[in-house]
Design a protein around this ligand. Sequence first.
Ligand code: ARG
Length: 576
Amino acid sequence: MTCVLDEKINKKLEKVFNELGFDSKYATVKNSDRPDLSDFQCNGALALAKIEKKNPRQIGEMIAAKLSEDADFAKVSVDGPGFLNITLKDETIAALMDEIAQDERFGCAKVATPKTIVMDYGGPNVAKEMHVGHLRSGVIGESMRRIEEFVGNKPISDVHFGDWGTPIGMILAEVIAHDGNLNKMESYDIAEITAFYKKANIRCKEDEKAKETARIITAKFQDGDAEYTKAWKHIRKVSVDAVKENYKELGVHFDLWLGESDAHKTCFEIKKIAEEKGLLEFDDGAYIIRLDEGNKPKPPVIIEKSDGGFTYQATDIATIKMRVDDLKADEIVYFVDKRQSLHFEQVFETVEKLGIAPNVKLLHIGFGTVNGADGKPFKTRDGGVMNLSDMIKMSKEKVAESMPKAGAESGFSQEELDRLISQVAVGAIKFQDLKNNIASGYIFELDDFANFEGKTGPYIQYAVARINSVMRKNAEIKPGKIVITNQEERNLALKIAQLSNVVMRCEAEKEPSIISDYVYNLAQAFSSFYNTSPIKGAENAQIAGSRAALAKLTRDILIKLLYLLGIEAPEVMPKA
Ligand code: ARG
């Protein structure tokens, strides 16, 4: 079942347009720009006037006269130059709410043709702690994964681990410089390996010879050197374990834990296909593919460097082939920093030239940077890179300040509180990340992101907990048939009626902020409703039951939407 209100109205309009002999493509409504005048508006009369060579108001009146006969409409009027304003009957809205309340999908539509969508997010690298950039990728990607699933697509998420390339050679070289050999390699944990990598980074910046050594080791390792491969396996394992811990805490799920290394074999195939198609050029020791000189010329793609190593680009091209061949992807979506836009443009164009992903939609959803108050990339207090674990810790400390202490007085055990603090802290970080347009960067609101008031995660979680408490207090009042008796109930119901459209738009635009905006507005609409429309103190039992039903429905939708954003909804939210 789908309960998409505007589609229902469109159908009615269409019928009237057909009866009048008007082109029904103009028979569409949108939410009214003037909610004080109407619920929906149709601007079709203006376009029709030109075709019919009539006054738009005259056309509007003709439509309005017929439409007014419909039992679902309380009022149809023509305003201004020819806008058609439509107001629904309260009974119609109430009946729709009953339908939505009965439906486990809350009347949300599904996509007409389900697609297999491979989703590439996370993208952490070996031996590096995850920073806020990896946070954004994981948070946005996970939310979109849940949304795709909800609308009926088949998402497959892949972490695309950065486990190949020069960093490996750099770490190995650094360990050899320190120990003389790789014998102790397997005793090193993630912190030690990260420290080696940091040192190697500094050394390679200053010293050309060290850089050359790392490069040679990388090439030998990629060529399958047994000792290097053994060491690499260890580095990869401890890195993946650390990353898994982080993502687990964040509630970010991956179906596949593949990495750049898994694409290595296919890179040879890519080179071969390029060669067969006459696209491969040998240039200055490297194998490259030139891209078309469009109006925005792009640099050529380097497939294989002069030392025989495949590039980041080659790996991504090969990975696309695997995702198409093995996973049967209809669509591949990358949630990666928008500073990598050129990389993806080059990769997608090369894939097109090679013909390895016919009819597959390739999409890069580029996101902006997380900044500090100074507008520069978000740093720790002492100016270092903000790691994900630091950020979670900081958020937890902040949330803990507004929670009560464990013990008899609060009625919470330390364990329960820790779990709550984690749910709220992670929710706060995620909501802050998802509340802005993805492409734009945002300033991390250190003082406000974990507030229980304002457009924050905790505010929405608190709204859910509050409805839970309302329902507990009114447990004897069973949710019943919905009736609309005042403006606040009406506003809340009309907000709920928008849900399906909101979710579908969010999926189409791959933009979770559409949901975060909506969930905030819905929580606010509930607040106004609750402040004016008592449940226990309602005029009669029917109205009380209706309000209980509206409260429950709102709560269930808020929980579902938080889930789609990747945020948990605690049953209770105690305050200090
Ligand atoms: N590991 C990369 C980085 O840290 C991100 C990977 C993004 N995904 C991809 N398929 N290129 O920059």
